[in-house]
Design a protein around this ligand. Structure first.
Ligand code: HEC
Length: 173
């Protein structure tokens, strides 16, 4: 009988310990329960330069890309393209690296380099790489082509894009 009592005490102790643990978990859950916010606290939006009143990018000229390409500095374009050469070649044999060759890209249809594994986004975007579309794409690849594999942030300065596109135009046979 006395032995049974001891066993009961031990069981009771274990039971209490379990209840306390369970209780603590419930209380902790209630206390720490994450509140889902109706709206995200921070919304990060890029404010277009035009709306901010003061010109954030004083070196962004008013000229259109076509005008800028006409008076572009091709030598400067050769410097800009260095940013592309870690992924692209500009060789006429059409070799691809991480990206398709840029030889003859101006005037070429989107996503037509043979054997290059384009993303679905690139395959589905029809069009020609003319100066305007290149300008849009190179400004922000993911805005122009959401889902593109081209992991490149973009060239912020329109003058850089103009010089680069002018140089790209020379890359043809
Ligand atoms: C980090 C690697 C990387 C860098 C840097 C990069 N590209 Fe790309 N580029 C790619 C990949 C990958 C693709 C294929 C995109 C796809 O399939 O979605 C691509 C696609 C392109 C295309 C479309 C070609 C076609 O045949 O449709 C053009 C044009 C292009 N890149 C130009 C440039 C230029 C110009 C630069 C430099 C300013 C540049 N890229 C920098 C990786 C890169």
């Amino acid at each position: 009988m006395g032995k049974n009592l001891e066993t009961n005490k031990i069981f009771a102790a274990i039971l209490i310990a379990l209840l306390v643990a369970l209780g603590a978990t419930l209380v902790a859950d209630i206390l720490v329960k994450p509140q889902t916010l109706a709206e995200p606290t921070y919304i990060i939006e890029e404010v277009p330069a035009a709306e901010t009143g003061n010109k954030v990018t004083p070196d962004e000229p008013e000229d259109s890309i076509l005008t800028l390409i006409e008076k572009a500095d091709i030598e400067a374009g050769k410097q800009v393209i260095r940013k592309c050469l870690q992924c692209h070649t500009i060789d006429s044999a059409g070799h691809c690296r991480i990206g398709p060759t840029l030889w003859g890209v101006v005037g070429r249809n989107h996503a037509i380099v043979k054997d290059f594994p384009y993303s679905k986004a690139a395959q589905e975007k029809s069009g020609i790489w003319d100066p305007e579309s290149l300008n849009q794409f190179l400004k922000n690849p993911r805005t122009y082509m959401p889902g593109t594999k081209m992991a490149f942030a973009g060239l912020k300065k329109i003058v850089d894009r103009a010089n680069l596109i002018a140089y790209l135009k020379t890359l043809r046979g």
